[in-house]
Design a protein around this ligand. Structure first.
Ligand code: UT7
Length: 329
C-alpha cells in the first residue's frame, strides 16, 4: 500500500502591531528590563489592542496568508483545527469563526485546548486525517490572545506572555516527507500549577470571581519550569530512540518559547547545539499555542527540503510532547 504522509506545504504567521516593551512594563509593575531579559530572554511582545478583535481575527490573517502563499482557494480546505486557550467565546469553537470569516465554506473545524502544547496536538491530529486519505487539505492554527487573560498587575505573568498566531497547511506527500512520528503526553494531576481558576463549569463567572481576579492565568513558575525541562527532554529522547535517529540527524529543534532558560536547559540536556534551535522569544514572548508556528514562519527561508525538524513543547494541562517532521519544500 502506498504511504501517504501529511506534509507541511505552507506556513504563515501574524502578530498584532502594538509592541509592549520591557520599559513600558516597568511603568506598570515593579520590574526592570534587566530582570526580564536575564530571567526570561524576552525584550518585547505584541499585544492586540483593538477591543473588537479576538483570537479568530489573528487566525484569519494566518489563513489568508496560507491560502495566498499556496495558491489555494478557500473552498478547497477540508478541515481547520485551531489550538487555543483563548477562544473568542467559551463556545462555539474559534475554528468555526475563523472558517466563516476566511470563507472556508467547505471546511469543518474544531478547537484543541492543550495550552502551550496545543499546536503539537493539533498538528498530530490534523496529520492523521491526511494519512488515512480522508482529507486532502487541512489547516492547523495555533493562536492566542493571551492579553485577554493576563493580569497586568501581576509581574510574575504579565512580563512573559504576548499575542500572536501561526499556522500551516497540511497536504498529502508521496515522497516520505512530512509527519514521521509523535509522542504526546498529558497529566491532569498537574492542573493546579497552571490554570485559570474561574470561568468554567466548576466556578462560573460571578462578581466574586472577578473581584478575586480569578479570570487570569495562574502559574507556579518554578514548578512549571522544572517539569517543562524534564518533559521536553524526555519525549524528545524517546522519539529519537523510537525512530533510530540521534541529535546529529536533527537539522532544527523547534521548542516552545516560554523562557530562554528552559530552552537552554532542554538543548543542554539533549547536548543539542543552540545554532540549530529556532528562537524568537526575544521579540514575541510566550504566545502559548502560537509559538511553534511563529518559529516556522520566522525560519521558513532557512528550512530546506528533506531536513529533519523536531518540535517540542510543554504547557498547562499538564500537556507536553515532541513531534518529528521531515520538511517538504
Ligand atoms: O508556557 C507555559 C509553561 N510556562 C512556563 O514554561 C513558564 C515557566 N516558568 C518560568 O519561566 C519562570 O519560573 C518565571 C519567568 C515565571 C519566573 O522566573 P523564576 O526565575 O522562576 O523566578 P521566581 O518566580 O523564583 O522569582 C524570583 C524572584 C522573586 O523574588 P524573591 O522572592 O526572591 O524576593 C520574585 O518575586 O524574582 C521576583 N520576580 C520578579 N522580579 C522582577 C518575579 N517576577 C519578577 C519580575 N520582575 N517580573
Amino acid at each position: 500500500m502506498e504511504l501517504v504522509n501529511a506534509a507541511i506545504s505552507a506556513v504563515h504567521g501574524y502578530v498584532p502591531d502594538y509592541v509592549l516593551t520591557n520599559k513600558e512594563l516597568e511603568t506598570m509593575v515593579e520590574t526592570n528590563d534587566e530582570w526580564i531579559q536575564s530571567r526570561t530572554g524576552i525584550k518585547t511582545r505584541h499585544i492586540l489592542k483593538d477591543k473588537d478583535k479576538a483570537t479568530s481575527d489573528m487566525g484569519v490573517e494566518v489563513v489568508k496568508g496560507i491560502l495566498e502563499k499556496s495558491n489555494t482557494a478557500p473552498e478547497d480546505i477540508d478541515l481547520i483545527i485551531c489550538a487555543t486557550v483563548t477562544a473568542d467565546m467559551v463556545f462555539p469553537d474559534t475554528a468555526n469563526t475563523i472558517a466563516d470569516k476566511a470563507g472556508l465554506s467547505n471546511a469543518f473545524g474544531y478547537d484543541i485546548n492543550a495550552a502551550c502544547s496545543g499546536f503539537l496536538y493539533a498538528l498530530t491530529t490534523g496529520s492523521q486525517f491526511i494519512r488515512t486519505g480522508m482529507y486532502k487539505k487541512v489547516i492547523v492554527i495555533g493562536a492566542d490572545k493571551m492579553s485577554s487573560i493576563i493580569d497586568y498587575t501581576d509581574r510574575a505573568t504579565c512580563i512573559i506572555f504576548g499575542d500572536g498566531a501561526g499556522g500551516v497547511l497540511l497536504e498529502p506527500n508521496h515522497e516520505g516527507l512530512g509527519f514521521q512520528d509523535a509522542i504526546l503526553k498529558s497529566d491532569g494531576s498537574g492542573r493546579d500549577i497552571l490554570h485559570m481558576k474561574a470561568g468554567g463549569s466548576l466556578k462560573p463567572a460571578s462578581i466574586e470571581t472577578v473581584t478575586a481576579k480569578e479570570h487570569f492565568v495562574y502559574q507556579e513558575g518554578k514548578a512549571v519550569f522544572k517539569k517543562a525541562v524534564k518533559g521536553m527532554i524526555g519525549t524528545t529522547k524517546s522519539l529519537m530512540e523510537r525512530n533510530n535517529i540521534t541529535k546529529d540527524d536533527i537539522d532544527w529543534m523547534v521548542p516552545h518559547q516560554a523562557n530562554i532558560r528552559i530552552i537552554n536547559s532542554v538543548a543542554h540536556g539533549l547536548d543539542f547545539p543552540m545554532e540549530r534551535v529556532m528562537l524568537n522569544i526575544e521579540k514575541f514572548g510566550n504566545t502559548t499555542a502560537g509559538t511553534l508556528p511563529l518559529c516556522l514562519w520566522d525560519y521558513e527561508n532557512q528550512l530546506k527540503k528533506g531536513q529533519n525538524v523536531m518540535f517540542t513543547a510543554f504547557g498547562g494541562g499538564l500537556t507536553w510532547g515532541s513531534v518529528y517532521f521531515k520538511w517538504a519544500y
